[in-house]
Design a protein around this ligand. Structure first.
Ligand SMILES: Nc1ncnc2c1ncn2[C@@H]1O[C@H](COP(=O)(O)OP(=O)(O)OP(=O)(O)O)[C@@H](O)[C@H]1O
Ligand SMILES: [Mg+2]
Length: 456
């Protein structure tokens, strides 16, 4: 991972040691400032030193321990490395307990010294990255939109949402699976100032006759089985927002009826001839190219143009990689609350793995990966299932595969071990042995939310 060139503040009262350190670091392309007097170094820290501090422990006047205290009192994120020349490991250990990042014993090999410096710099970089992520998250929470992202495409999307929210123009949202179509629709409604509710209906999940009565409602006796009067979604969504998900699945016959409602701003319940006026704003969502569908006759063109007054395109996650760490952090925080489990900060190599992944399931897939990380599982549920790697010893691959199968079964069975014993067809004792071997806790798979991972 690339990180800015942090510099080293090196403090030692011995001029020869300072010179040697300066040479070693400069040879390694590391910027260094050396001081013989701790007070001067402290002044630099108070000016906002953007790097790390390395200090000798035994010095006249102010010793390394005192400098450590003063330095981290000023900047708690400053990695401080103590140099001990007397095998004084006890002092060094005490320093670590008091907040030092590391210690090295004199004499040290140049390579080792440079290595410790680089690690401390990477550490500093991660701390500041995590702080930025948190600040960024707080900003989003404070602004009241659930839509996270600072990629230029997301900033543009947010601006567009802000521009059109207050109008009653119908909106078409386009984006791949899990990209955030529903979050965008809700955000749009939340800031629209419309007084009615947000009402969602998935056109792809219902047979034709059901969607019609869902939308229009019906009078008692309107059709067989309609024994009671029912208020439809149009009526519920009056003065609010009607979210029509997977609009491409709406049957053509119903498309005509929807078009009429939008044009006349009125509808009738099934089995009634009383026309009721409604104030509707429709937000429709689709994963497909609806214009192409319209031009080949698979979707009504007139409805397409009526709905497509404003089009919001949500870019796939792989086209906004800069948002990946931010979203991942956000979902880890949520998972921490849900599972009551703390998590360690993302490491540089994890961030690099995450940003290289192509996320076919988009933000939903990323949210599942963040939850798996908080639960201590592999980031990608299907890792090892499909990727054979001829460079990894077979037993390790078999173990990875086995662990994934067990976790997946536990997830599907909501953490119920008896059910897992039955679906996997292994003796209970064997399963318990494997749970212990892979450090899997079935309780962590209970109490999951309903949303399914994109790859299930
Ligand atoms: N920009 C975002 N900020 C915060 N959370 C997001 C963002 N985008 C998506 N999510 C979260 O990711 C998950 C999937 O988002 P959503 O349900 O809106 O996707 P979708 O495009 O409607 O998916 P589908 O095509 O499967 O219906 C949800 O949990 C949602 O809260
Ligand atoms: Mg959706």
């Amino acid at each position: 991972m690339k990180f800015p060139a942090y510099s080293v503040l090196f403090v030692d009262d011995d001029a020869d040691v300072r010179e040697a350190a300066q040479q070693t670091l400069e040879l390694a392309d590391i910027v260094v400032e050396c001081y013989g007097e701790p007070e001067k170094a402290l002044l630099r820290i108070k000016q906002g030193w953007p790097g790390i501090l390395v200090t000798d422990i035994r010095m006249p006047k102010m010793d390394g321990m005192a400098l450590l205290q003063a330095a981290i009192a000023h900047d708690p994120e400053l990695p401080v490395i103590l140099v001990t020349g007397h095998g004084d490991v006890a002092t060094a250990v005490r320093a670590m307990r008091d907040g030092a990042y590391d210690f090295i014993e004199k004499p040290f090999a140049p390579d080792y010294f440079v290595d410790v410096m680089r690690r401390a710099m990477a550490h500093r970089h991660l701390l500041s990255e995590n702080r930025n992520l948190k600040a960024e998250l707080a900003k989003h929470t404070a602004s009241g939109t659930g839509l996270i992202g600072r990629a230029p495409s997301m900033e543009k999307l947010r601006a567009l949402i802000g521009n059109i929210a207050g109008t009653d123009a119908h909106v078409m949202i386009n984006g791949e699976t899990g990209a955030g179509k529903e979050v965008v629709a809700r955000t749009l409604h939340d800031i629209s100032g419309r007084t009615g509710p947000f009402v969602a209906i998935n056109c792809g999940a219902m047979p034709e006759n059901l969607i019609e009565s869902e939308l229009f409602g019906h009078e008692a006796g309107a059709f067989t089985g309609a024994d009671q009067k029912r208020v439809g979604k149009f009526e519920f969504a009056d003065k609010g927002t009607l979210f029509l998900d997977e609009i491409e699945s709406m049957p053509l016959s119903l498309q005509v009826k929807l078009l009429r409602v939008l044009q006349e701003r009125a509808f009738e319940r099934l089995g009634s001839n009383k026309v009721q006026a409604i104030d509707l704003r429709v937000v429709a969502a689709t994963k497909i190219d609806l214009r192409a569908a319209a031009s080949r006759g698979a979707f009504r063109e007139d409805l397409y143009y009526r709905l497509n007054v404003v089009q919001l395109h949500i870019p796939p996650l792989r086209d906004r990689v800069e948002d990946i760490p931010l979203l991942f952090q956000h979902f880890m925080e949520l998972a921490k609350d849900r599972f009551g489990r703390d998590f360690s900060p993302l490491t540089a190599s994890e961030i690099s793995v995450l940003t290289r992944h192509d996320w076919p399931g988009n933000v939903r897939e990323l949210r599942n990966a963040a939850e798996r990380r908080v639960l201590g599982l592999d980031l990608f549920a299907d890792e090892g299932k499909t990727t054979a790697d001829a460079t990894v010893p077979l037993p390790r691959q078999v173990e990875a595969f086995e662990k994934n199968v067990i976790c997946e079964a536990l997830r599907q069975q909501g953490g119920n071990v008896t059910a897992v014993v039955s679906v996997l067809g292994v003796p209970r004792k064997t399963l318990y042995d494997k749970l212990a071997k892979y450090d899997i806790v079935p309780g962590n798979f209970r109490n999951r939310h309903n949303d399914q991972p994109a790859n299930s």
